[in-house]
Design a protein around this ligand. Sequence first.
Ligand code: IMP
Length: 195
Amino acid sequence: MKLVVATKNQGKMREFKDLFEGTGFEIFGLDDLGISVDVEEDGKTFEENALKKAVEIMKICGEVTIADDSGICVEALGGAPGVYSSRYAGERATDMQNNLKLLKEMEGVKNRRAHFYCAMAIAYPDGRTHVFTGRLDGKIAHDMRGRGGFGYDVLFELPEYNNMTSAQISSCLKNKISHRARALAKLKEYLTAQK
Ligand code: IMP
């Protein structure tokens, strides 16, 4: 069975291909299909954005399509930056600018609980849709640490791993425990049960 992943991100494509290896699913990305549309992520929730992206791309390619949306939610900031994670410090903000803004907002804040969240949607050409979710709990650090990962990883402490940040653990471990890996595992379980 053919599965289209609505992303141009080669890192995400690798994760999908690795996880589905040997399952009989054939994975294609937007670049493989020559699709260059950018679906606007204007929903209020991760679920809305993931569904919108999956449905729009499914309508273009006519194949079963998967799309995800993810971000970081900080308890003391009422869940911000949430769906605005990639543009927290402005439309074209860099990871560094986003992290500096988050550190500033968290100055003097005692409650540092936060989580990464991922919604993974699947859309079928017959109109059926499903959304699977995953989260990873942690805390916002007081300074940036680590060289791995991307985005907010340098600020995301993992109490279960000696308070290392998700930029300090190995990419292999991160790909096992991450919000995306957890949502993806649920999707894979669902798809393999359907076969
Ligand atoms: P998207 O799901 O690719 O749109 O990701 C949205 C934004 O959330 C990214 O630009 C990052 O800032 C943040 N984010 C999502 N997942 C992670 C992660 O695993 N580590 C660090 N930041 C993340």
